[in-house]
Structure formats: structure tokens, C-alpha cells
Design a protein around this ligand. Structure first.
Ligand SMILES: C[S@@+](CC[C@H](N)C(=O)[O-])C[C@H]1O[C@@H](n2cnc3c(N)ncnc32)[C@H](O)[C@@H]1O
Length: 295
């Protein structure tokens, strides 16, 4: 149960609770527990910390979670590996949540290298034990490979110009150096900071975020109990497309395993966006696992 007061503002919290419908005694798996904002609210309603598993890849987030929750299973792991383990153990959950991406823990500190607004090392690892960093990608990948990830993961229109400028200005060691190089690749100012898409693309590449999600979706379906509910919040169109297609492929037929609860993705209200700008690009999709039919 919760030991300390919550300070983190979780995105689309009311909507998540509506779709997950937590009730006393239900088991709960949070694949991206972060600072435990959503998890705390779900556990308050399931009142079943002993039937709860919280996962996060980031050791710092896990430290926060361990302080905040007792009697809860907390795993420091990427969710793909954790799901493989839980599936092997035959675990099943009534409620599963994935709130993808990064948290304020990553964006608020320059030291983690996720923010172009704060100077720091070009790191961007969610788990500091892994070898690949943004600095390694920026300084060792070919111009073509850099342009490909900027376009593929960042949908960056200036991918070729930025990749060229990065290669010309190597070595690049800090977030502010990289943000300057990207800004100089733009002749005109856009509504968003010019480095937004480059930083997003690098973060996705460093943490292999799309493969993590693609490989995990079938495992999520496996560990979701019959009648169980799933909610996924994504912040990137490529992630949302993976979720949307997976839900569509597993619903709508006589032998389908899922029933989709959100015809269209749920997005944040204008007032939530004002109080929490990160909610701007959030998309929530939810589904329920169909109970096994009698033969
Ligand atoms: C948006 S935050 C979650 C915030 C959380 N819902 C809350 O209310 O505090 C996403 C979290 O997922 C973690 N994460 C991202 N990708 C992950 C992965 N593949 N496996 C495990 N954790 C991951 C990040 O470290 C981050 O803490």
C-alpha cells in the first residue's frame, strides 16, 4: 500500500481508471510504473498490493517505487524481458497498464541527457547498465543511418541536413551542442523546438523502444487473464500504430481474443493539456480479453 504522498501527475488518469475498472481483489500489472502515479490510484481501488507487479527499466524509478509501495512485487527490467519471465511462470493479471515513454524523472534532469532544454551528457539510456548511449550513436553511426533514424523514429523532415551537420561537427558530447547543431539546420523557426524530433528519434533508438513494444504485445495478451482489461498510453504515432494494429488483429472475429473498448484513441482534454503539457500527444487505447467460450 502507498507509504508516501503522491506528487507525480499521471496522464489521462480518470480515463485510465474508467477503462481498467479496478475493483477489490483484482490482480494488476503495470509495465511502466515510473513514479507510481497510475499504479497508486489503481492499487487504492484493487486494495490488493499482494496481487500487484510493477515494472520499470529505470533503476531510479524502481528506487522511488520501492519507497512508495510495500507488499508489491517490483521488478527492475525492460517490460519485454519481464513479460517473458511472467509468461513462463504462468502468471495472469486482471488489469494491465502500459504508459509508454519517459517521465519527469528523465526530462527534469540534464544529467540523463533526454532534454534539449537542459545541458548535459548525451546519454538517453533508461537503464544506465546498457552500453548504447545517444553519444555513441551520434558520434559513430554513418550519416545515412543517422538520417534514417531521424526520419523513421522522429518523422524529421530535415533528417538529411541534420545528419550531415552532425557528422560535420563531430565529436558531439552534450545535449546543448546537439540542440545547436539541429537548430542551425533549420532556416525558419517552427512552433515546436527544432530539436524536438531529433531528441525523440535518438531516445527511441537508444532504448529500442519500438521493438520492445512490438515483441511485448503478444506477451501482454498471453498474461492478460480472461475478462481482464488492458490500457496502453502512447506518445508517438509509430507506437500508437503498433497498438492499434495489434488490437485490430486480435478482435472482431468469432474466435477473437480481444474486444476493443476505445473505437478511437482517447486524448487529453484541453484543461488537462494546460495543466500538464506532456498530455498533449497522449493517446489511450483499451481492450478487454474475451472470456474463454464453452466448447
Ligand atoms: C510515462 S512514464 C510512466 C509514468 C507512470 N505511469 C506514473 O504514473 O508515474 C514511463 C516509464 O516507463 C519506463 N519505461 C519505458 N520503456 C520501458 C520498457 N521498455 N520497459 C520498462 N520500463 C520502461 C520509463 O523508465 C518510465 O519510468
Amino acid at each position: 500500500m502507498s507509504k508516501t504522498k503522491q506528487t507525480h501527475v499521471p496522464v489521462l488518469l480518470h480515463e485510465v481508471l474508467d477503462y481498467l475498472a479496478p475493483q477489490a481483489g483484482k490482480s494488476f500489472l503495470d509495465l511502466t510504473a515510473g513514479l507510481g502515479g497510475h499504479a497508486g490510484a489503481v492499487i487504492e481501488l484493487t486494495t490488493a498490493p499482494g496481487r500487484t507487479t510493477l515494472i520499470d527499466r529505470d533503476p531510479e524509478a524502481v528506487r522511488v517505487l520501492r519507497k512508495k509501495f510495500v507488499d508489491v512485487e517490483i521488478l527492475q527490467s525492460d517490460f519485454r524481458s519481464a513479460l517473458e519471465k511472467l509468461a513462463r511462470q504462468g502468471k495472469r493479471y486482471d488489469i494491465i497498464l502500459a504508459d509508454l515513454g519517459v517521465s519527469s524523472l528523465h526530462l527534469d534532469s540534464g544529467l540523463r541527457g533526454f532534454s534539449f532544454l537542459r545541458s548535459g551528457p548525451l546519454d538517453m539510456r533508461l537503464d544506465a547498465n546498457q552500453a548504447l548511449t545517444a553519444e555513441k550513436i551520434v558520434n559513430t553511426w554513418s550519416e545515412t543511418d543517422l538520417a534514417d533514424i531521424l526520419k523513421g523514429y522522429g518523422e524529421e523532415k530535415k533528417s538529411r541536413a541534420i545528419a550531415k551537420n552532425i557528422v560535420l561537427n563531430r565529436p558531439v558530447h552534450t545535449t546543448s551542442q546537439l540542440a545547436d547543431i539541429v537548430a542551425k539546420s533549420y532556416r525558419f523557426r517552427s512552433k515546436i523546438h527544432p530539436a524536438t524530433k531529433t531528441f525523440q528519434a535518438l531516445r527511441i533508438a537508444v532504448n529500442d523502444e519500438l521493438k520492445q513494444l512490438a515483441h511485448s504485445l503478444p506477451l501482454i495478451l498471453e498474461v492478460l487473464a480472461p475478462g481482464g482489461r488492458l490500457a496502453v498510453i502512447s506518445f508517438h504515432s509509430l507506437e500508437d500504430r503498433l497498438v492499434k494494429n495489434f488490437l485490430a488483429e486480435n478482435s472482431g472475429t468469432l474466435d477473437a481474443q480481444l474486444q476493443i473498448l476505445t473505437k478511437k484513441p482517447i486524448t487529453a482534454s484541453a484543461s488537462e493539456i494546460v495543466s500538464n503539457p506532456r498530455a498533449r500527444s497522449a493517446k489511450l487505447r483499451a481492450a478487454v480479453k474475451i472470456k474463454t467460450r464453452p466448447l
